[in-house]
Each structure stands twice: as structure tokens, then as C-alpha cells.
Design a protein around this ligand. Structure first.
Ligand SMILES: [Cu+2]
Length: 274
């Protein structure tokens, strides 16, 4: 016959599992998936979340079990047994976290690599008026920057981002457009070179699962391919001053035709195609 504790444990576990399944179907916990690397990032998030859940539930269950089972019985007045050490147990509790941490580290590296984080950065500045040296070193970022065609044979869109207290400015060198809002065509690779005018800012679009520091005097690069049309928030994710909380913009992911129309309407030069 099962003890009341066992029955409670089973009932609570079943309730948690059913609640979790319901929550996944009915609550929108994560933002939209709007870039090609968002699913890769979510894969990492899910794996870390599962590991975290197993550890949390396992340890909490052990604590609760111990609290109930090893509670001092009535009439017991002495101390507990003095246990000195237990070698197999010590080896186990050293080995298990070591394996988990190593796995998490290697797996995160793999995800970063798949997102293009380890690719050599370079950027063609030939049509930029702001940067004289075309071999200016790019320090970090996601994806390799090139003015060649992206994997799906659509031209790469070059954008230069300037961050300052407290705004983001987007410059499209091809059309000499300066915009406070980032417009990008669906399915095209975007190569964004980022630099700050004053302090460190960070460009963050939750729907793209991308966040990259924007640093004064040290350009960074972000390459991404939007996969879902819509308007998404751009948030400064680095405390950069008193109005940091208001340092927001919008990225508009639109169909290539709509992007072309916006581009032609705003471009200073004529005869421009994607
Ligand atoms: Cu900022």
C-alpha cells in the first residue's frame, strides 16, 4: 500500500506535468521567432531550461522528502549520527556537476558557432563616408559580413548603426538614407555594422534572439536574416545613462516589395535596387 506522502508526491507531480503542458499550449511565454538564428537559440534555451528544471525539481524533492522523513520523532532527544565522509558519494557529486557544466559550455559554444559567432569579421567600407580606412578592424559579432550574396541568393543589405545617448540611427549607405527606424526586407541577409558615439550601448531585438554591444571606437558586426514580417522592438540592453530606459526603436520587417518602396521613397540617390 502506498504511503500518503507517496500519493501526494504522485498527485503533485501529475498536476505539475499537466500544468506545464497546458501552459506551453496556452501561454505565449517566448517572443515571436523572427530571424533565421532564433530557432537555434531557442534550442539552447530549451536544453538549458530542461537541465535547470530537472536539477530544481530533483533537489527540491530531495529536501522536501528529507524534511518529512527524517523529522525528529517524538521522544528523540539525542544528536544525529556523526557521519564523517563518504568517498563514492563525494566522487558522484563532483562528477555529475562537472559533466553538466562541461556539456553546457561545449553546447553553448556549438550554438554560438552555428549562429556565426566564430566567423572572421570584415566589412567593406568602400561606400562609407564616415570611415576612411577600409581595413578598419571589426572586433566581434555574429555572422560573417560580406557584400556578396546571402545563402538564398538574395543581395545582402548593408546597414550602419550609430548608437548615442539616447537613440539608434540607421544609415543605409546605398541610398544615403538615415532613419530612426530599421527597415529590412524579409528573407534577405542584413549586415549591420555598429558603432557608438559616446558610451557602450547594446542592440537587442528579442524576436531575433540577438543582442550585441555597440561600443565607441570599436565597431561590432551583426548579421541576421529576418524570417517573419512584422514590427519588433529594438531595445538598448546596456545601462547607458539616465534615459537608457527610453532608448528604444523599432525594426520593421517587410515584404521585399514594401521595403523597395520605402527605400525608393527615402533614398537620396535614384535608380536603386535591392
Ligand atoms: Cu543605450
Amino acid at each position: 500500500m502506498l504511503s500518503p506522502t507517496a500519493i501526494y508526491t504522485i498527485l503533485i507531480s501529475v498536476a505539475i506535468v499537466i500544468g506545464g503542458i497546458w501552459a506551453e499550449d496556452h501561454l505565449k511565454i517566448l517572443p515571436d521567432i523572427a530571424s533565421s538564428n532564433a530557432p537555434i537559440y531557442d534550442e539552447l534555451f530549451n536544453v538549458l531550461f530542461i537541465i535547470g528544471t530537472i536539477l530544481f525539481v530533483g533537489m527540491t524533492a530531495l529536501v522536501v522528502y528529507s524534511l518529512i522523513n527524517f523529522r525528529r520523532k517524538q521522544g528523540e532527544t539525542g544528536d544525529g549520527i556523526a557521519i564523517e565522509d563518504n568517498l563514492p558519494l563525494e566522487i558522484l557529486w563532483t562528477a555529475v556537476p562537472a559533466v553538466v557544466v562541461l556539456f553546457v559550455g561545449l553546447y553553448s559554444y556549438d550554438i554560438y558557432e552555428r549562429m556565426g559567432g566564430m566567423q572572421l569579421q570584415s566589412h567593406d567600407n568602400s561606400h562609407s563616408h564616415h570611415l576612411m580606412k577600409s581595413d578598419k578592424r571589426i572586433w566581434g559579432g555574429i555572422g560573417s559580413a560580406s557584400n556578396e550574396q546571402s545563402s538564398n541568393n538574395l543581395p545582402v543589405i548593408d546597414v550602419e548603426l550609430t548608437a548615442m545617448q539616447f537613440a539608434f540611427l540607421f544609415n543605409y549607405p546605398k541610398g544615403e538614407i538615415i532613419s530612426g527606424e530599421l527597415h529590412v526586407p524579409l528573407g534577405h541577409s542584413i549586415s549591420m555594422k555598429m558603432e557608438s558615439k559616446d558610451v557602450i550601448h547594446a542592440f537587442w531585438v528579442p524576436e531575433f534572439r540577438l543582442k550585441q554591444d555597440v561600443i565607441p571606437g570599436q565597431p561590432t558586426i551583426l548579421n541576421f536574416t529576418p524570417t517573419k514580417a512584422g514590427r519588433y522592438p529594438i531595445i538598448c540592453a546596456e545601462l547607458c545613462g539616465p534615459y537608457h530606459g527610453g532608448m528604444r526603436s523599432t525594426v520593421v520587417v517587410e515584404e521585399p516589395d514594401d521595403y523597395q518602396a520605402w527605400f525608393e521613397k527615402n533614398a537620396k540617390k535614384t535608380e536603386l535596387k535591392l
